[in-house]
Design a protein around this ligand. Structure first.
Ligand SMILES: [Zn+2]
Length: 280
């Protein structure tokens, strides 16, 4: 995970601000959203416009697409996360292009195909599924995908193109840092729809602490986000890249465990003091 200290700063600040002279209070973290833009690599113009959006967004690249290399370099250079958008078989049988993963592939066929796609995008920090309503239901194929993710130290985002996906569960089972999509931003490509979905994501983040959003490099989505992202501060929402979000989750867990250990020790001390008074 790159640039760890930078990403931890705001989280630790939050924690230490709440640290008084007495017992620690629970970790305080603002509501956060992760925005992933899928299907990057086909269009130079729209890919570039999406990458130029302000803030730490995450970009999912289709392997072997004409502009994947140059756009992934641009994304990385501007502080965005680069992930592989791994094409996976879907129920409708829609062609998924080069680098496709299918249920009929043997372990070595599937793993080799995935590794070649990853090799074509050396800046990737993780991967998610492009389509995949068929393959993400297949436990064996998903196990092999997660084994490659573990070997390459990558995180996994389940795009959840079917409610029957086992991908997130398989990733968790194998200890892969993983996420699951909450909101699709633009499966209807209109301003009104994108606005409605973005508002839902904000509400979700305010309710449960975070929301994982997936969108596409459509002009309407890019225009919408160009206006909406600068307003997140006013709403008290923090935009974080997928890798930073996962690191934060892991840090929060560690801090909460530590905080509860300290609380237990603080509670135990008076009893020890009383006990020593009586004895001596
Ligand atoms: Zn896709």
């Amino acid at each position: 995970m790159r640039n760890l200290s930078k990403r931890l700063t705001s989280l630790f600040l939050c924690f230490w601000c709440s640290w008084g002279s007495s017992a620690p209070s629970p970790v305080e973290v603002p509501p956060r959203i992760v925005i992933v833009i899928d299907d990057i690599g086909q269009s130079l113009e729209y890919g570039r416009a999406a990458i130029e959006l302000p803030g730490p967004l995450t970009f999912a690249f289709l392997p072997y697409t004409p502009h994947a290399t140059v756009l992934s370099q641009l994304a990385e250079a501007t502080g965005k996360d680069v992930i592989l958008h791994a094409p996976m078989a879907n129920i409708a049988g829609i062609p998924i292009g080069k680098g496709g993963l299918y249920p009929h592939q043997s372990e070595s066929e599937l793993k080799n195909e995935l590794k070649k796609s990853l090799d074509s995008l050396p800046l990737v920090l993780g991967l998610n599924n492009h389509m995949g309503s068929l393959l993400t239901q297949n436990e064996q194929s998903m196990r092999w995908v997660m084994e490659v993710a573990a070997e390459r130290d990558l995180f996994f985002l389940d795009s959840r193109t079917t409610p029957n996906s086992v991908a997130f569960r398989m990733a968790q089972k194998q200890g892969i840092p993983s996420l699951t999509r909450d909101i699709f931003l633009d499966h209807e490509i209109t301003y009104e729809f994108v606005d409605q979905q973005f508002s839902k994501a904000i509400e979700l983040a305010q309710e449960k602490g975070h929301a994982i959003i997936i969108g596409h490099p459509y002009p309407v989505t890019i225009d919408y986000l160009a206006t909406a992202l600068p307003r997140l501060d006013e709403l008290g929402i923090q935009l974080v890249a997928a890798s930073a979000f996962l690191q934060q989750q892991s840090d929060i867990k560690a801090l909460q465990e530590w905080s509860s250990d300290v609380s237990l020790q603080t509670e135990a001390e008076p009893a020890q003091a009383l006990s020593s008074t009586v004895t001596h």
